[in-house]
Design a protein around this ligand. Structure first.
Ligand SMILES: Cc1ncc(COP(=O)(O)O)c(C=O)c1O
Length: 304
């Protein structure tokens, strides 16, 4: 990884190598942090970097801090300022992935609520190979942790150990991605992505009470599918065998964007190629996020 020049730590833009926390801090000891992944999309025509759906990310970031009982978070205005300053300092002229974390710093123990630190990093990141070719998925033997154990709805660092176990198993077994079922045996989500399928022309995705993160990309897909394709989405329980019956399956998230799934447990999905609804959604999503389609202006925050 080629590190950019600067990161943001506790109110200051600092050289990348200076963005450090102490090993005794609660975030290092117990993973007590919450975070957001945000994309900035470079638009070559207008020479602009657009941060996508920042307001929604900041709303979820504040919710995660409240749910984890952090001391008062810093204001959204200050955070937007920090995001913009960091992207400007690094002079990014490419699509980037930003990671913004609120964490418990200092010398506290498990119950510490502060001091709350803020760290922001941003790295160039283009689309994944699988978003063009399609991905192979494994139904994981790891279970998505339930809401009354570790709530998937809260984007806290420690949740990602569940995702890590599933992801590592899938990769060792030769798959691109893992799909996790929840404690009721219904489809939940993938590590850092939500899942959709197409059955008989309709989009279907696990509802918000299936141990998923309330994903901003998921909500964007639902809205764009209705607006541009006239396709409605049903949010409900999804059985694992329905994924094999489906004509199309894809997963989505800020990092993964929209990625087609062409096989599940080595069984081909649909034609074995990215399907027409998925392909159209990929194009519409990209056009809106980069601003080549100027609709939904309020979703894009310009950096320059
Ligand atoms: C567990 C989990 N599910 C789903 C998603 C997708 O959410 P979003 O579209 O808001 O990035 C993410 C990524 O943030 C995630 O970490």
């Amino acid at each position: 990884m080629l590190a950019p020049g600067f990161a943001y730590l506790n109110g200051r833009i600092v050289p990348w190598d200076d963005a450090r926390v102490h090993v005794f801090s609660p975030v290092a000891k117990y993973g007590i942090g919450v975070f957001e992944g945000i994309r900035g999309y470079w638009n070559e025509n207008v020479q602009q970097l657009y941060l996508f759906r920042v307001a929604e990310h900041l709303e979820r970031y504040a919710f995660s801090q409240k749910a984890m009982r952090f001391d008062l978070p810093i204001s959204s205005d200050k955070l937007i300022e920090a995001l913009v300053h960091l992207c400007r300092a690094n002079a990014f002229r490419t699509t980037v992935h930003i990671r913004m974390m609120a964490f418990i710093d200092g010398l506290g123990e498990l119950g510490a609520k502060g001091p709350v630190g803020t760290a922001i990093t941003a790295l160039p990141r283009e689309a994944n190979r699988q978003s063009v070719e399609g991905a192979s998925a494994q139904i994981s033997s790891w279970m998505r942790m339930p809401d009354n154990v570790m709530p998937a709805r809260i984007k806290c660092n420690a949740n990602y150990h569940n995702a890590r176990l599933a992801m590592m198993q899938a990769q060792l077994d030769g798959y691109d991605i893992a799909f996790l079922l929840n404690s009721r045996g219904k489809l939940a989500e993938a590590p850092a992505m939500c899942v959709f399928m197409v059955r008989d022309g309709q989009l279907i995705t696990p509802s918000g009470t299936n141990d998923i993160l309330e994903s901003i990309t998921r909500q964007t897909v639902i809205q764009l599918a209705r607006e541009y394709l006239g396709v409605d989405t049903v949010e409900r329980d999804v059985d694992r065998t329905e994924l094999i019956l489906a004509q199309e399956v894809f997963y989505c998230g800020t990092g993964a964007e929209i990625t087609p799934v062409t096989s599940i447990d080595r069984m081909v999905v649909g034609s074995g190629q990215p399907g027409p609804i998925t392909r159209q959604l990929i194009e519409i999503y990209r056009a809106i996020a980069t601003g080549t389609n100027t609709a939904h202006e309020s979703w894009r925050t310009p950096v320059f």
